[in-house]
Design a protein around this ligand. Structure first.
Ligand SMILES: [Zn+2]
Length: 89
């Protein structure tokens, strides 16, 4: 019997704070149609429901989210990005 690890694939979405161009990552789960996302960013500092939040990209898997973070570069919140790497196994 194989033990199935309870690793439902997570979905990551990127939102940009328009005032500062700072980008935060939001974690969620894939749904049949798309994906959802937590209200709070991974770092806990930003709510995607706040004013001036612009959706950049949604529903990336973990690998895609990491690639996106490195392609966007320094505007992405470091705390959010480090989480992507910490959860990597
Ligand atoms: Zn952040």
């Amino acid at each position: 019997m194989t033990l199935q690890k309870n690793t439902e694939e997570k979905a990551y979405s990127y939102f940009e704070l328009e005032l500062t161009s700072e980008i935060h990552i939001f974690e969620g789960k894939f749904t049949p149609s798309k994906c959802n996302a937590e209200d709070l960013s991974i770092c806990g500092k930003t709510s995607r429901k706040g004013d001036n939040m612009k959706q950049i990209i949604i529903c990336l898997n973990e690998d895609g989210a990491r690639k996106k973070a490195s392609s966007i570069g320094r505007n992405v919140c470091g705390t959010c990005v480090s989480y992507l790497y910490e959860s990597y196994e």
